[in-house]
Design a protein. Structure first.
Length: 452
C-alpha cells in the first residue's frame, strides 16, 4: 500500500492537497481531499511537503513546517483509516474511506454526536473557513451565528420557552421566520418585553432590507451544505426553501465632470479635514477597488506605474491579481500623502462607516446635488435623492466601472481591473445606456424625418 500527498495544479495559484492511496493487490485507488490549500509554486512534489519561499518571513517558514507536519499526520490517519475500513463490513470506496478518515481526524465528534449543538458546529465551520474566506466573510458568518442565537432567545420569549436551535430540526419555516425576525429587528428592539433578547446589542438597529436578509441566508446555506458534507447533519432546510433574488434599482454613478468638481473643490474652510476623504474617494474612483482593499493598499502595491493587489473578497476562492494603471491624478494624490515612515498609501485610521459619512459631507460641501432615483432598501419603492445623501464608498467603484464602460464598451478589459467574474450580475448592471446615447439615437429619427 502506498499513500502519497499530491496537488493538481489548475488556473489558480492555489491548489488543494489530496491524499492518494493505492493498493496493488486489490486494485484499489482511493483519494481524500485534506482541505489544505497551498501555493502551487511552493509545493515540493518529490518530498510531498510545503516549501518556504526564498525570501520567506519567519512566520511563513513556520506556517510551511506546520502544514507539512499536518500532511504527514493525515497520511498516518489514512493508513489507519484504510485498515479499519478493511476490517469492517463496509464497501471499500471513496465515500467510506472518507468516513473513516473523519473518524480519525475528529474522534470526539463520533463518540457523542448529540453533544455537538448548533453553536459548536458553526464555530468549527468559522474556525476552519477563516483560512480561505476573507475577513469580511468570516465576520458575516459570526454575525449570522449571533443573529440565530438572538432568534433563539426571541422564540423562547414569545412562543416556546424550551426552544433550542438544532441542525436536525431547522426547516424552511424556521428560515422564513428567522428572515422576518432579522428584517424587523429595528422595531423588535424597541419592544420593552424583548429587552433581554437584544441585551447584547450595544447599538440601535437600523432599517434592514430584504436584500440583506437574502444575503445572510445565502451565506448560511454555505454553512448548512458544509455541515451536511461533514456529516454533522443530514437535514437540509433549503431543500424546500428558495432564497429570493436580491432586487436592486438601476445603479447610478458620478460623471467625470462631477468627479473633477469634487476633486477641485476648495476645502480649506472645512473644519473636518474633508480634503483627505475627498482625495481618497477620488483615488478610489480612479482604480475601482473595494473599500476593504483600498484601506490595505501599501507602497509595495505600486509596480511599474500601476497598482497591483489581490482582492480580499475572492482571495480564498478564486484569487486574482488585479492591475490598474495609475492616472496622472492618481499619482498626484499618492505623492500628496507620501510619508517615508508609513507603509500604507494613505493615513487610514477610520472605519468604513466613518468614511461613508465623510464622503457625504464632501459631496454636500462641493455642491454635488444632482437628483438620482434610488430604490428604498426597506420599502423597495423608488425615491429621488440628491447625490450628497446617497454617496458612499461603493459609488467610487461604480463610477470607475460605469465611466469606463461608457468609453470603451469592452467588459473584458474593465472586469480585468474591477475583478468582476465574466458573468457577474453586479457587473452587468454597469452597462446602462446614458442619456447622451439615447439623445443621439433620437436625433437619428429627426434626421430621417428631415429627409422625408
Amino acid at each position: 500500500m502506498t499513500i502519497r500527498a499530491i496537488i493538481i495544479p489548475g488556473k489558480n495559484e492555489f491548489a488543494n492537497v489530496l491524499l492518494r492511496l493505492r493498493e496493488s493487490k486489490g486494485n484499489i485507488n482511493l483519494s481524500f481531499n485534506t482541505g489544505i490549500k497551498v501555493k502551487t509554486n511552493l509545493w515540493n512534489s518529490k518530498k510531498e511537503e510545503v516549501k518556504a519561499g526564498p525570501h520567506a518571513l519567519p512566520f511563513e517558514r513556520y506556517e510551511a513546517r506546520d502544514l507539512t507536519d499536518r500532511i504527514a499526520e493525515l497520511k498516518v490517519f489514512a493508513r489507519r483509516s484504510f485498515e479499519n475500513l478493511l476490517n469492517s463490513t463496509d464497501i471499500i470506496n471513496a465515500k467510506n474511506f472518507r468516513k473513516y478518515m473523519l473518524i480519525e481526524m475528529y474522534p470526539e465528534r463520533y463518540k457523542n454526536k448529540s453533544a455537538f449543538d448548533f453553536v459548536e458546529v458553526y464555530n468549527k465551520y468559522i474556525e476552519l473557513k477563516s483560512v480561505e474566506l476573507s475577513p469580511k466573510r468570516v465576520l458575516l458568518h459570526k454575525n449570522i451565528r449571533d443573529e440565530f442565537l438572538r432568534y433563539e432567545r426571541y422564540i423562547r420569549a414569545v412562543k416556546n420557552s424550551a426552544y433550542t436551535l438544532n441542525l436536525s430540526t431547522i426547516d424552511s419555516e424556521t428560515l422564513q421566520d428567522f428572515g422576518m425576525f432579522y428584517y424587523n429587528g429595528a422595531e423588535l428592539q424597541k419592544d420593552p418585553y424583548l429587552k433581554d433578547v437584544f441585551s447584547n446589542v450595544s447599538r440601535t438597529i437600523g432599517a434592514r432590507s430584504m436584500n440583506t436578509v437574502n444575503k445572510l441566508l445565502r451565506a448560511f446555506r454555505s454553512f448548512i451544505n458544509w455541515a451536511i458534507v461533514n456529516e454533522y447533519t443530514n437535514n437540509n432546510p433549503f431543500a424546500k426553501y428558495k432564497i429570493p433574488k436580491e432586487i436592486y434599482g438601476t445603479p447610478f454613478y458620478i460623471t467625470i465632470e462631477e468627479r473633477n468638481q469634487l476633486y477641485n473643490c476648495d476645502y480649506s474652510d472645512s473644519t473636518e479635514n474633508l480634503e483627505l476623504y475627498k482625495d481618497i474617494f477620488v483615488f478610489q474612483c480612479l482604480i475601482g477597488c473595494r473599500v476593504g482593499d483600498l484601506f490595505k493598499l501599501k507602497k509595495g502595491n505600486i509596480i511599474n506605474g500601476a497598482i497591483e493587489y489581490i482582492q480580499e473578497k475572492t482571495k480564498g476562492e478564486d484569487p486574482k491579481t488585479i492591475r490598474v494603471p495609475l492616472t496622472k491624478t492618481a499619482k498626484e494624490i499618492i505623492n500628496k500623502y507620501s510619508d517615508g515612515e508609513r507603509d500604507l498609501l494613505f493615513p487610514v485610521q477610520f472605519t468604513e462607516q466613518h468614511y461613508n459619512r465623510k464622503i457625504k459631507e464632501c459631496f454636500k460641501y462641493a455642491k454635488l446635488d444632482r437628483v438620482v432615483t434610488v430604490l428604498n432598501p426597506k420599502t423597495r419603492i423608488a425615491e429621488q435623492k440628491p447625490l450628497y445623501e446617497v454617496a458612499s464608498s461603493h459609488l467610487a467603484r461604480r463610477t470607475f466601472g460605469g465611466n469606463l464602460y461608457n468609453k470603451i464598451h469592452d467588459p473584458n478589459i474593465i472586469s480585468s481591473m474591477t475583478g468582476h467574474s465574466e458573468h457577474s450580475r453586479a457587473f452587468s448592471r454597469y452597462r446602462t445606456i446614458t442619456d447622451e446615447t439615447k439623445q443621439s439615437a433620437i436625433e437619428l429619427l429627426e434626421d430621417e424625418e428631415e429627409s422625408v
